[in-house]
Design a protein around this ligand. Structure first.
Ligand SMILES: [Ca+2]
Ligand SMILES: [Ca+2]
Ligand SMILES: [Ca+2]
Length: 260
């Protein structure tokens, strides 16, 4: 519970851009009006992201952009939090990645729900009540698991899910539990998302889809033949594999390994 509430707070901060450095004007120079021409001894941090130009040169980050990889987290914050300031999907714990800018820059096309198609940019609501757009996860291998609380194998799968995720998250793999209430894809309640993630200690997105976009799209292609159903998307957000039923963590690892 403690972990979840922490994650909630940090997630909120992430969405609002909290934690980013304040106006760089407040920083290193011009703090006196004596007209002195002496240079400050403080090393230059041109973009005000908490890393000096020299440090940025060593890291390979952009000294003139506070957020080199465009994921919404300043370079200095990423270094402090041990996430990679040059990799969009690598973000501080407690926040989801946001690689929409990169997805658009790369010109994602070919959207659809069939295998070989790019996942449409649907909007889901997570266990904290925040919205996530699918393309935020661009660049990661995405395991979309459609589950329901009344389904025994789903509960069995959820028991091993967090451990499996922790073993793969640093490789840019993310799991998403899309929770439904019935075979028509009715969205689970917000309360249920909280209960499900708390019961199994899940720190990846546990979501509902109030517009029933993803479930109905995948169902209409014939992929939801049982619950849980797994969809494996590669780093380009292309649907590669689907299967119904809980097959164990080892099977999941083997499937994901083909796209890492
Ligand atoms: Ca800097
Ligand atoms: Ca960043
Ligand atoms: Ca990053």
């Amino acid at each position: 519970m403690l972990l979840l509430s922490l994650a909630c707070v940090e997630s909120d901060a992430g969405w609002s851009g909290g934690g980013r450095p304040t106006d760089p004007v407040g920083g290193t120079s011009g703090q006196d009006d004596t007209g002195s021409s002496e240079h400050s001894d403080e090393p230059a941090d041109a973009d005000g992201d908490g890393l000096t130009d020299e440090q940025e040169a060593a890291l390979g980050t952009d000294p003139s952009s506070e957020d080199s990889d465009g994921d919404g987290h300043a370079d200095g914050d990423e270094v402090s939090a041990d996430s990679d300031p040059l990799v969009c999907w690598s973000v501080p714990d407690g926040s989801w990645p946001d690689c929409r800018a990169q997805a658009q820059a790369d010109g994602l096309t070919g959207e659809g729900w069939r295998k070989g198609k790019t996942m449409p940019n649907w909007t889901m609501t997570d266990q904290f009540g925040d919205e996530i757009e699918a393309w935020q996860l661009y660049g990661m291998v995405v395991v979309l698991d459609i589950s329901a609380g009344w389904c025994g194998p789903c509960n069995q799968a959820a028991q091993g899910a967090e451990g499996w995720y922790q073993g793969h998250k640093d490789e840019g793999v993310i799991e998403v539990h899309l929770m439904v209430e019935d075979w028509y894809g009715k969205a689970a309640s917000q309360t249920f998302l909280e209960e499900w993630s708390a019961e199994y200690g899940l720190t990846f997105p546990v979501v509902m889809d109030p517009t029933n976009t993803a479930y109905s799209g995948l169902y209409n292609e014939g992929y939801v033949t049982g619950i849980p159903t797994y969809m494996i998307y590669d780093r380009d957000m292309v649907l590669q594999e689907t299967w119904a039923g809980y097959a164990g963590e080892q099977y999941l690892s083997m499937a994901v390994a083909r796209y890492k």
